[in-house]
Design a protein around this ligand. Structure first.
Ligand code: SAH
Length: 228
């Protein structure tokens, strides 16, 4: 039998049921934990998270957890995406760098809010997949690059904000350099478990850092390690 909730396509594989699940995700996982930035909430409602996971994982796309995206990598828990995006305090005109494109979900959420998103991915398999996915979904303000995000994307710097979604064991100097004065970077730093740091670049080129919440990200891979 025809099921309106499941079988009607709103746009690009979105359905009324998935939209409802997204609204519930935002209420129960994001707003309930005090992330209230209206830009972030609207972006998370607009981006169909189930389109960023494998089809057989679709049903779990709105759960309160990270999900596998292949290559031993995961798409972050919705709350963490919301928290990191909100920490940048976006107003809509920014140019943002993301390190670790993964599934493209975080980039898509950012791209709903800001002018332009640059995202770097080190996995050859994932980078092809994510570039195709974002293009197919019509995100024409996201540029994807294959490479070591540890080095940032100097040609496109300075950035108003940087989101790092794999964990290095210290703050990469090159990323601080590519941040504009007053710009903010959210970055998980540490080994197995990390603290999410909010880094703000100061007038004199140095930075201040604040520890926000404990998080668990996959480690950041260095190109040099990969080639060895
Ligand atoms: N932001 C992603 C999730 C990231 S998972 C999303 O929304 O789906 C972490 C990603 O960082 C993985 O895809 C991994 O391949 C990538 N990564 C790890 N080290 C990296 C590096 N040095 N440069 C760029 N990407 C890196």
């Amino acid at each position: 039998m025809f099921d309106f909730e499941k079988d009607v396509e709103l746009v690009h594989g979105d359905t009324p049921r998935f939209l409802r699940e997204r609204k519930r995700m935002i209420k129960e996982q994001v707003v309930a934990r005090d992330v209230n930035d209206p830009f972030v909430l609207a972006a998370m409602e607009a981006v169909p998270r189930h389109r960023f996971v494998h089809e057989r994982m679709e049903e779990a796309a709105y759960d309160d957890s990270p999900l596998p995206i292949g290559e031993n990598q995961t798409i972050s828990q919705p709350f963490i995406v919301a928290y990191m995006t909100a920490a940048l305090e976006l107003r809509g005109t920014e140019r943002i760098l993301e390190v670790g494109a993964g599934s493209g979900y975080q980039a898509a959420v950012l791209a709903e809010i800001v002018d332009r998103v640059y995202t770097v991915e080190i996995s050859e398999d994932l980078v092809i997949e994510v570039a195709l996915r974002l293009k197919r979904m019509g995100h024409d303000n996201i540029e994807v690059r294959y490479g070591d995000g540890y080095l940032g994307w100097p040609e496109k710097a300075p950035f108003d904000g940087i989101v790092v979604t794999a964990a290095p064991d210290h703050i990469p100097e090159s990323l601080v350099e590519q941040l504009r004065i007053g710009g903010r970077m959210v970055i998980p730093v540490g080994q197995k478990e990390q603290e999410l740091l909010l880094v703000t670049k100061l007038e004199d080129g140095s930075y201040k850092k604040e520890s926000r919440i404990p998080v668990r990200f996959v480690p950041m891979i260095r190109q040099t390690e990969k080639n060895n």
